[in-house]
Design a protein around this ligand. Sequence first.
Ligand code: SF4
Length: 379
Amino acid sequence: MNGNRVQAKSVNRKTVCGPTSETQQDLLGWYAKHQRQLPWRLRNDPYEIWISETMLQQTTTAAVAGYFVKFLARFPDVHSLARASLSEVFELWSGLGYYSRARNLHKAALIVSANGGVMPKSVAELLELPGVGPYTARAVAAIAFEVPVGVVDGNTIRVLSRHFGEPFKWWEAGDRKQLQEAADLWVSGAVSPGQMNQALMELGATLCTPSNPACLLCPISASCQGRLKQELLSLPLRKTQRAREIWHWQPQVMERSGTVALIHNTKLPFLKGHWIFPGPGRRLMRPPKNFGFRHSITHHDIYVRVQKLPVSKMQSLPARKKLGVAQDGLGKRSSKGNVSTICSEVEKWESLTRLSQASPSSILKKIIKVVAPLVSSNS
Ligand code: SF4
């Protein structure tokens, strides 16, 4: 490569240029010297990279490292992950949040294991696995298999927006596409796509940080347009935060021979797809006065009040009413303008021990703690 820019493309807003080969080498040199020692960087194993990239979605590197080591100790390869039960996977995922990732990881492991344990190599094939979106597909393809594709995540969005000095609306399709093209240009030419993508992400994680970028230490500061234009802190643009929702959830404990009634949640907007206690959930305008504890999941602030339904009452009521839940009402607005949601009828009876093992969710663990003294046997 000579010192010319590796490629240029005309797109809607402006011409997005790739870095010069010198800039690429400066960044790679810095990465070789300053990269953090992270457990998934010890071996360039596609399975390990897939696991780490899945864990890293919505979660910080510091939080993921410990989980990754324990997960790999228990599931060292895709076959061991495929053989495990979902509750075993959840147990090791417990605390990482966004549990659909664990569920999909397990589903995808079954597919890959049935395919002889060979991970797909191309972005298109990776995208066919459950739970693998554009970010994970590109990261695995580039890092594990050196496919020349750029990775767009929070860190690279920040670095690229600042380096180009361009206020990309990264959440809109057009600008996102432009950012993707920009990221692809960084892996053009005689560079390792795996190393280059990791270098850009590492720069965003360690030097080009959101509020206090260390430009004096930055290997690409000479060509950084945001720094030259003194627009660093306004870049990248901030997406308007989604409004927080207040919910009052009253899970109801109904016991039968040491087991409790559970439903499969398809209605409450949090804990979707989990086995939960039945009971009404209601969206409110302001926090309720009567609650046991508060728990937040993404943009939901959930005020929980656990109730025990007397067995005598259950026996005298028809099936649905036994559970003390609304028949319907999802999306219906009450006279106060609140939205009620429903829980359907009991779908199974389960011991608290098994529920705790099968569900990694912190809010359910808190409820189980409250519920345990109310249930005669937890085994
Ligand atoms: S010079 Fe500063 S703003 Fe530009 S990429 Fe480097 S750390 Fe980020």
